[in-house]
Design a protein around this ligand. Structure first.
Ligand code: NAD
Length: 254
């Protein structure tokens, strides 16, 4: 009972972006297990995630939308309000990474990373914050940052990614402060290297270079992020806002 009161999400509606695979998929499943109805916003649909949740007895649906396009996001939010009547939680997860030296990257490549990782989270948070404020919902927003928002991880060069995630951490603090009197809490999550399809695309020699730099000598499992997010979106975190929770197996300690 105590745990249900502290961490239960029954009756809550949670948006998870980019939940067709990877971390978003695992978190959507985790939040559904805690009782939330999940509305997935995904560029190419997330039928498999919806199937996994509903077959397990949970509630979920997906809407195709690109988080960088305001008109897509507004349409998706309107559909969620029609179907679920409210939005209590946003997990702003969709993102991309680019490994490229600054002198080799084009300005279009820089803009694409900033557009998805930073502006996309801003567009989503703003659209959801607007609904929460209009409806008087004391909701919770968790923005996906990264340890790369705090440290410059090596040996790959990824200035656009690092800058976008540092931006997410400060956007989070800004929105947390701006919306504090509405009872909306805004926090960010900063994982270390996680074993997801994003990481599977990484060449083996780069993973070998990462191994000695990871104090736990392994990547994290997306499942290991669920408890931190569950905390941030639950009543247990009533006094936590503007925080960046680092879940990186100690990477940023050394
Ligand atoms: N994997 C890691 O090691 C790691 C570490 C720290 C932070 N992160 C962050 O976690 C988040 C998820 O990463 P992942 O590893 O699961 O990656 P992933 O590539 O498996 O998933 C990213 C998802 O975002 C979606 N997406 C991308 N652009 C979009 C857009 N414009 N509109 C809607 N959806 C879009 C993709 O379709 C995909 O489903 C990202 O923000 C990433 O930066 C990942």
């Amino acid at each position: 009972m105590y745990l249900e009161e502290m961490f239960g999400l029954s009756g809550k509606t949670a948006i998870v972006t980019g939940a067709g695979r990877g971390i978003g998929q695992v978190i959507a499943i985790g939040l559904a297990k805690a009782g939330a109805e999940i509305a997935i916003i995904s560029r190419s649909g997330a039928a498999e995630t919806v199937r996994m949740i509903t077959e397990d007895g949970g509630k979920a649906y997906d809407i195709k939308a690109d988080v960088t396009k305001e008109e897509d996001v507004d349409r998706a939010i309107a559909e969620i309000m029609e179907r679920s009547g409210k939005i209590d939680i946003l997990f702003n997860n969709a993102g991309v990474c680019l490994h490229k030296a600054t002198l080799d990257a084009t300005i279009e490549e820089w803009r694409n990373v900033i557009d998805i990782n930073l502006t996309g989270e801003y567009i989503m948070a703003r659209a959801v914050g607007r609904v929460m404020i209009e409806k008087g919902i004391k909701g919770s927003i968790v923005n996906m940052a990264s340890m790369s928002g705090t440290v410059v991880n090596i040996p790959q060069w990824q200035a656009s990614y690092n800058a976008s995630k540092a931006g997410v951490i400060h956007l989070t603090k800004s929105l947390a402060t701006e919306w504090i009197d509405y009872g909306i809490r805004v926090n960010s999550l900063s994982p270390g290297y996680m074993a997801t399809p994003m990481a599977e695309d990484v060449p083996q020699e780069l993973k070998d270079a990462w191994e000695p730099l990871m104090p736990m000598h392994r990547m994290g499992k997306p499942e290991e992020l669920i408890p931190a997010i569950l905390y941030l979106v639950s009543p247990a975190a009533g006094y936590t806002t503007g925080a960046d929770i680092i879940v990186d197996g100690g990477y940023t300690c050394i």
